[in-house]
Design a protein around this ligand. Structure first.
Ligand code: BMA
Length: 377
């Protein structure tokens, strides 16, 4: 395998001006100016993410170094690296169950392991992004428990579960603050809370709260973390793949609360799934490109992937030609479950799409970990 020599030199590229206006939060009344509440490395990361699309896009994989097909918890292992020789430039993690005080997340990864792997990915020069499939604070069920409406309302100020939810935010605060190198340097992370909210499968989804309640939830989360000294986060807004920009933006909390505009999009397994997927990806990426420019935000495909990869040329025939046309900073595929049959989205050695993935890796425009030096400078 030929090692690619491609660096993203932060300084060499055009630095887009990021304007972030302070805004009084309707829920807390506090004035929040996110850019002033961030470490220099976090601010640098934002600038560098803006620059990436001038040359290509980063590849990401959920839970990449924690487990894969046929293994769990090994050191320095990654299905992606086993196939192409490098780690993904972006590693995704999920903090579901941190709110319960558990020592493992909802997919049974110890939080200590997640922290260790976030540090390792940062030291390699890559990016970490974090989602949160948190339990339902009103019913005690999981994130998918949507039988009871009014959950979001119950955790906003004045709601019966507000205090409980603040204690959950406190657990999140402690975790984000604990992301440090051995010499005490805080590690920047892209936080992607309250995702896929334009669908109704999570308790924070569209049918279960009003647009205003959703926005208040986002602002309360952001303001709690910021006012409790969390200075290492960028925020990603990540609805499902909606056909219109109005649906996409209906619950947007505002430019002061968001750094990256993303979306999650999966092809259906039906025979016509591929064509539908390409059409939908093109639709969303077309309006997202425009929105990104208008709002001065980075754009990305925050979740995608073909489950179990039954199409051997999917990487180069489907994914690459679609995303190649748009100025995205990254594309992330979902996890390679080790304990769930056929629930994987990245290839592993011997998997049918592995050779095609190597071709994808060899494209000058696809950035893996060794390609993204200086993300934080
Ligand atoms: C879903 C599936 C679940 C998992 C959840 C959170 O898409 O992968 O098995 O628990 O994400 O990671």
């Amino acid at each position: 395998m030929v090692e690619k020599i491609r660096n993203i030199a932060a300084g060499a590229l055009l630095i887009a001006g990021i304007v972030s206006c302070g805004a009084a939060n309707k829920v807390t009344g506090k004035v929040v100016k996110p850019s002033q509440k961030r470490t220099v490395e976090t601010q640098n990361l934002l600038k560098n993410l803006q620059n990436i699309p001038a040359k290509g896009f980063m590849f990401g994989h959920q839970d990449d170094t924690a487990y894969g097909i046929g293994w769990d918890g090994d050191s320095d292992r990654s299905d992606v690296k086993s196939v192409c020789g490098d780690y993904p430039a972006v590693c995704g993690w999920d903090l579901g169950h941190i709110e319960l005080g558990d020592d493992k997340n909802l997919d049974k990864i110890p939080f200590d392991r997640i922290r260790k792997d976030i540090v390792a990915q940062y030291l390699r020069g890559g990016l970490n992004t974090v989602s949160w499939h948190l339990n339902n604070p009103l019913t005690g069920g999981d994130a998918w428990d949507v039988k009871t409406d009014g959950v979001v309302k119950s955790i906003l100020p004045g709601g019966s579960k507000h205090e409980l939810f603040l204690s959950w935010l406190n657990k999140l605060t402690v975790f984000f603050k604990s992301l440090k190198t051995a010499d005490g340097k805080s590690i920047p992370v892209l936080f992607r809370p309250w995702h896929e909210h334009t669908g109704s499968w999570f308790w924070w989804g569209k049918s279960h709260c009003t647009p205003q309640e959703y926005k208040d939830l986002w602002k309360m989360t952001h303001d709690y973390l910021t006012s409790h000294g969390v200075t290492n986060l960028l925020y990603a807004y990540s609805p499902g793949s909606e056909k219109t920009v109005d649906e996409y933006m209906e619950r947007y909390p505002g430019d002061s609360y968001v750094d990256l505009l993303g979306f999650d999009c999966y092809p259906s397994v039906k025979p016509e799934g591929t064509e539908e997927y390409k059409t939908l990806m093109n639709t969303v990426l077309t309006y997202l490109t425009k929105l990104g420019k208008e709002h001065h935000k980075v754009i990305a495909v925050t979740e995608t992937g073909l489950e179990a990869l039954p199409i051997a040329n999917w990487w180069m025939d489907v994914l690459f030609p679609v995303i190649d046309k748009y100025p995205i900073s990254y594309v992330l595929v979902w996890r390679n479950a080790h304990d769930k049959q056929n629930h994987f989205y990245a290839p592993y050695p011997g998997q049918a799409s592995a050779p095609n993935f190597v071709e994808f890796y060899n494209q000058p425009k696809t950035f893996f970990c060794k390609d993204v030096k200086n993300l934080y400078k």
